[in-house]
Design a protein around this ligand. Structure first.
Ligand SMILES: Nc1ncnc2c1ncn2[C@@H]1O[C@H](COP(=O)(O)OP(=O)(O)OP(=O)(O)O)[C@@H](O)[C@H]1O
Ligand SMILES: [Mg+2]
Length: 299
């Protein structure tokens, strides 16, 4: 479905579908976009930051992208994008029929290809109906090339609802034993026919070299997932987040390049494997990890 941008009286840009021209012919098949849930199990590993930055990078590649904040009750994605003052309606307003989808979609300040569907702040995850969520994601897939769903932490109802309308998952993991264990649990809960991809976030190569931090290989010795990308640990992320400016859009930063490489890999524009910072020989951490994992089913 084609769409049009309008600015309402408060200066907020919303998205409006064009009226379809009635036709006696059968409608042409709509190429559906890809709905991807960004999940981790463990909280605070960088899901929201990644959703915003990978979304901004995909939009910069000319893709039509909507970011869905599925963390009902703990809205954050709007802040990372600097759109917090523009939220009038949220996901639950749309699911419950209190607002039209077009009224709730907020266009990004920088890129007309990028939209946000914010989460409700004063509601509970239990208020979301999984079936409705699935239907809404299908609707979004008709309009956008990519629907990135920012999943709440945990593996309960909020996780299940976020996964409901997706067909693919990106698993975010930091180089910590607890994050690896939670990521492993999440992978085990995803549909069997999915092939989730891994992003290792907050890597500090200097610590890895000293043997003080898990390496990407250590992490993936447990998870065994295709590696979509590695993001360094950078204080610049926190500074940018506070300013509502995704670092993915900074052409000069190594950090921005790491987010853009993930976007390029998702679209298939980049086919080379994700670059892994230099790592030490041997794996002192592997023995430690082994104590936590007796095989996925035991975790
Ligand atoms: N690569 C990075 N380098 C440094 N800090 C980072 C990086 N990625 C994320 N952070 C910081 O980590 C914190 C948690 O990030 P974020 O909110 O994206 O995690 P989350 O997984 O969405 O958390 P939650 O599970 O609570 O939703 C934030 O302060 C963010 O700025
Ligand atoms: Mg989050």
């Amino acid at each position: 479905m084609a769409a049009n941008i309008e600015t309402n009286t408060e200066g907020i840009e919303t998205m409006h579908a064009f009226e379809e021209t009635p036709s006696a012919e059968a409608p042409a098949a709509v190429a559906l976009g890809r709905a991807i849930v960004i999940t981790s199990g463990k909280g605070g590993v960088g899901k929201t930051t990644l959703t915003a930055n990978v979304g901004a990078a995909l939009a910069a590649l000319g893709k039509r992208v909507v970011l869905v904040d599925a963390d009902v009750g703990l809205r954050n994605l709007d802040i990372v994008l600097g759109l917090e003052n523009r939220v009038r309606f949220h996901l639950l307003d749309v699911l419950e029929g209190n607002a039209q989808l077009d009224e709730a979609l907020i266009r990004d300040k920088r890129n007309p290809n990028l939209y946000l569907l914010a989460a409700a702040q004063a509601r509970e995850k239990e208020d979301v109906d999984g079936g409705e969520m699935q239907r809404l994601m299908e609707q979004l897939r008709e309009r956008f090339d990519y629907v990135l769903i920012d999943c709440p932490a945990g593996i309960e109802l909020g996780f299940r609802n976020a996964v409901a309308g997706a067909q693919h998952a990106i698993v975010v993991c930091t180089p910590e034993v607890s994050a690896v264990r939670d990521a492993d649990r999440v992978v085990g809960l995803l549909p069997n026919d999915w092939s989730p991809e891994l992003i290792v976030n907050r890597l500090r190569p200097a610590l890895v070299r000293k043997g003080k931090m898990l390496s990407v290989d250590d992490v993936n010795a447990i998870l065994h997932l295709p590696l979509l990308g590695v993001i360094p640990d950078e204080p610049a992320v926190i500074v940018a987040t506070n300013k509502g400016e995704p670092p993915a859009l900074d052409p000069n930063s190594q950090l921005g390049a790491a987010y853009r490489a993930i976007a390029a890999r998702l679209t298939g524009e980049e086919t080379a494997p994700a670059e892994i910072p230099t790592e030490p020989q041997g794996g002192g951490f592997l023995a430690k990890l082994g104590a936590f994992f007796g095989g996925r089913s035991n975790v």
